[in-house]
Design a binder for this molecule. Structure first.
Ligand code: GLP
Length: 258
């Protein structure tokens, strides 16, 4: 794992966005695996800025989101579909028809999960998978206990995940009980992985992820099974790791890439 540490959340977001932008410049028809959540807000903010100010084009990129809540989808204000629409599609030249978010409103959710896997395959596999980290170590909605070779499927959300995410629900209070998520095996099939972790609340779990062996109890430890993983973190998220392990092998990006 290559660990890049930025001074703060905003510069970490910019750093992560630069990785995505560099790929899109190098391979304009790249297949990108995307994530949602608070961590990604500065990442997409910077991609929008790069589009507006520096000519970044996402017109030919295909995107595949990690997850969606069961029962939510296009048009629902709290869906990940609408998150992607407002934060990226409506502000860049990324085409809505090139964006693939599993549909939480599909009649047959298992068939929808298979369709998402097949769409990724048809695109030739993911060039890059962007990931956030749940406080309980989840990636996508692969909660603790998820098999390390799991594929896209419907899952029960952990009680702590529903609690953490409950603040995101404006239409009706409380997070749904179920979700659709790419599996850990699906994620590990991506040719490269970029894990973005910011804030002191993630310092404990990030230390466990960085030092742990692959273990379903902490799903993100599965990333040790992949040979091209970059972790972009801010200093706060690295604090516990620095305390316990020091900073050997870590790259410090002193100022943001701007
Ligand atoms: C959420 C999402 C993940 C996200 C993670 C971290 O529940 N399902 O895709 O990466 O948990 O979220 P946040 O960035 O808001 O901390």
């Amino acid at each position: 794992m290559h660990i890049k540490v930025y001074p703060d959340t905003q510069s970490a977001g910019r750093g992560a966005a630069r990785v995505v932008a560099a790929l899109a410049a190098d391979k304009p028809d790249a297949a990108l695996g995307l994530a949602t959540g608070h961590t990604m807000i500065p990442v997409y903010g910077e991609l929008v800025r790069l589009h507006e100010d520096e000519g970044l084009s996402l017109a030919r990129v295909k995107t595949f989101n990690l997850d969606e809540y069961a029962g939510l989808g296009k048009g629902h204000p709290d869906s990940y579909y609408e998150y992607m629409m407002t934060r990226l599609v409506q502000q860049t030249d990324l085409a809505e028809e090139n964006m693939n978010v599993p549909d939480g409103r599909a009649e047959d959710l298992e068939a929808e999960c298979r369709r998402h896997e097949e769409a990724i395959e048809r695109a030739g596999g993911l060039d890059l998978q962007l990931l956030g980290l749940g406080k309980n170590g989840h990636i996508g909605f692969n909660e603790p206990g998820s098999a390390l070779d799991s594929r896209t499927r419907t899952v029960e959300l952990a009680a702590d995940t529903r609690q953490v995410n409950s603040g995101d629900f404006r239409a009706e209070p409380g997070a749904p009980e179920r979700a659709l998520t790419m599996g850990i095996g699906t994620i590990l099939d991506a040719r490269s992985i970029l894990l973005v972790v910011t804030g002191w609340e993630k310092a404990g779990i990030l230390h466990r992820v960085l030092t742990g062996r692959p273990d379903p109890a902490v799903p993100a430890t599965a990333l040790h099974l992949h040979r091209d993983v970059t972790v972009v973190a801010d200093r706060e998220a690295m604090e516990e790791h620095f305390e316990k392990e020091g900073d050997r092998g870590v790259e410090f990006v002193v100022s943001g890439p701007r």
